[in-house]
Design a protein around this ligand. Structure first.
Ligand SMILES: O=C(O)CCC(=O)C(=O)O
Ligand SMILES: [Fe+2]
Length: 258
């Protein structure tokens, strides 16, 4: 007989067929509990809890949310020019290693950052979140949704030109064109679900289900600055922050699951 430490153990072994059938039974039970719960819920996101709203969102995302939604003039030209000016005056603050699998040259935006861009968080809460919450069936005034991450990305023809096909590790994402559309050639965001790209004018925004495969199309000239946000339910955001504090590790929020 082998001692405890000599037992053949391969962590990559598949589950035994007994274990698999227990896991499958559990999955089927959970799916049918979720289905029956869904039929009992109110049609109004305002009368459902945050967790119920997320359940409804997850049950609908493949049927209902395949088309990215565009909002024009979320920021004015003047507001965008001022943001560009602030970015050009920043000597430091640009990072290149915050999203390990799909890095971008970006500047994180937070209320407590000393880069003076924290006001963008309020603008997005006030201007984008009411529409995005109602479109995806969440409660705006109760603040069902919050930012998992928000940052300005800089693409340049002589540096990083675009971003490969990926999904974002959150519920929904958006990007807003800060540059003027004539400041670069190429660019825009390609979405696999519509097999097409979305082109924005300065100040316009596109929001989408984060699980839709998408990519930042390469620019061929100039510079393209966009404001990007990864959005999730507030309980997930809080858990994520706690986990990051405890482990010192960040969740990787861009994924390639093609
Ligand atoms: O560059 C784009 O248009 C898309 C950006 C994006 O998908 C991201 O930052 O995760
Ligand atoms: Fe993305």
């Amino acid at each position: 007989m082998k001692g405890a430490e000599e037992v053949d153990f391969n962590p990559f072994d598949d589950f035994s067929s007994d274990e698999e059938s227990i896991i499958n039974e559990r999955r089927v039970r959970m799916q049918s509990a979720a289905k029956s719960k869904l039929t009992q819920l109110s049609d109004s996101p305002l009368e459902r809890t945050l967790q119920e709203n997320r359940l409804v969102f997850n049950s609908r995302r493949l049927d209902s949310f395949q088309t990215p939604q565009k909002i024009q003039h979320l920021f004015s030209f003047e507001e965008c020019s001022n943001i560009l000016k602030q970015c050009s005056e920043l000597n430091s603050g640009w990072t290149t290693a915050r999203h390990s699998a799909f890095p971008t040259t970006d500047i994180p935006i937070r209320k407590d950052n000393n880069n003076n861009l924290g006001y963008l968080i309020d603008w997005l809460y006030e201007r984008l979140f009411p529409q995005m919450s109602s479109y995806y069936g969440f409660h705006y005034t109760r603040r069902d949704l919050d930012f998992r991450d928000v940052f300005i990305v800089k693409y340049a023809a002589d540096a990083q030109r675009g971003l490969k096909l990926h999904t974002d590790g959150c519920l929904m994402s958006f990007n807003l064109l800060i540059s003027h559309q004539d400041d670069f050639q190429g660019g825009g965001t390609y979405f696999e679900s519509i097999d097409n790209d979305v082109q924005l004018n300065q100040g316009d925004c596109v929001f989408h289900d984060a699980r839709i495969m998408h990519r930042g199309i390469d620019i061929t000239q100039g510079e393209r600055y966009i404001l990007v946000g990864f959005v999730d339910t507030i309980d997930t955001v809080i858990k994520d922050k706690r986990a990051a504090e405890l482990t010192g590790k960040k969740t990787n929020l861009r994924i390639n699951n093609s």
